[in-house]
Write a protein that binds this ligand. Structure first.
Ligand code: AMP
Length: 284
């Protein structure tokens, strides 16, 4: 991969990288489409990264559909697929990790200790191997995208991080490889995340700015769904992911909800009209 990327760079080509864990869906394919608009070659990676799963999480049962994934990538016009083995990425004696402090400790980081250390480390490694000009991530994982942007800035990486919009099913459910775990009843119940975000959006449109009031609306909608158990439902600052008391600048409404045994996340980016444009550093 390094050799191939080096050749492309020597030919002054613009390299795009789209990192994934496979089990590809339209969310991934839209990242690739976006990458193809900016870059040639576009390199996709598939790597189910053991370092970002906790001991009681779904690493061993995470969906692995390599054959159909590589067909989808070929059809999407990807120039190369990088799918290394775990032993190549983490050989015996591996001991250097990337830790993005602060941002990694909240929300997803609190519920999944060590998760973002695993994510930042593997993304750092892939960016070192490919040294792409652009790397594409989905806003579905808003906190992850922010952490990677912070890492790129703090560690002087030459890659520009591009964050792309959330791709959803027609009924609003955000596409996720983990949706494959849901049975028919749970699949129906899973729309509750989007319904809760829409309820918050309506309150905002009606002028509500108080975070507790918005949170109460989220809990009302989520609490009415008997298959759902809330992990967190918060309004956070879009830069720091710290909770806010009032929506006066760009924020995320962030949700993590168990539907049956499946943990799903979703979010809504909100940007009050009255916020000053200085706050706008987010590119979607
Ligand atoms: P994953 O394979 O789940 O690690 O995801 C790989 C990339 O695809 C990450 O940058 C995700 O944020 C992005 N992604 C996953 N689902 C979606 C979605 N529904 N919409 C947009 N991007 C997504």
């Amino acid at each position: 991969m390094k050799e191939r990327a080096r050749e492309a760079r020597a030919e002054n080509r613009v390299i795009g990288l789209v990192p994934t864990m496979g089990a590809l869906h339209r969310g991934h394919l839209e990242l690739i489409e976006r990458a193809k608009r900016d870059c040639s070659p576009v390199i996709a990676s598939i790597f189910v990264n053991p370092k970002q799963f906790g001991p009681n999480e779904d690493f061993s049962k995470y969906p692995r559909t390599f054959e159909s994934d590589s067909e989808k990538l070929q059809q999407a016009g990807v120039d190369a697929l990088f799918a290394p083995e775990a032993a190549e990425i983490y050989p015996a004696g591996f001991s250097a990790y990337v830790n993005v402090e602060g941002l990694s400790e909240r929300l997803e980081g609190r519920s999944r200790p060590g998760h973002f250390r695993g994510v930042a480390t593997v993304v750092m490694k892939f960016l070192q191997i490919v040294q792409p000009h652009f790397a594409y991530f989905g806003r579905k994982d808003a906190q992850q995208s922010k952490i990677i942007m912070q890492m790129a800035r703090d560690l002087n990486l030459d890659t520009e991080i591009v964050v792309c919009p959330i791709v959803r099913e027609p009924d609003g459910l955000a596409l996720s490889s983990r949706n494959a775990y849901l049975n028919a009843e749970e699949r129906h119940a899973a729309t509750v995340l989007h319904r809760a975000l829409e309820a918050a959006r309506n309150e905002l449109a009606a002028g509500v700015r108080d975070a507790l009031q918005l949170q109460a609306v989220l809990h009302r909608v989520l609490g009415a769904e008997r298959f759902a158990r809330v992990d967190y439902a918060e309004i956070v600052d879009a830069k720091t992911f710290e909770p806010v008391t009032r929506v006066g600048k760009p924020c995320y409404v962030v949700l993590a909800v168990f539907v049956g045994k499946t943990r799903l996340i979703d979010n809504l980016y909100i940007e009050p009209k009255e916020a000053s444009s200085d706050d706008l550093e987010i590119r979607f």
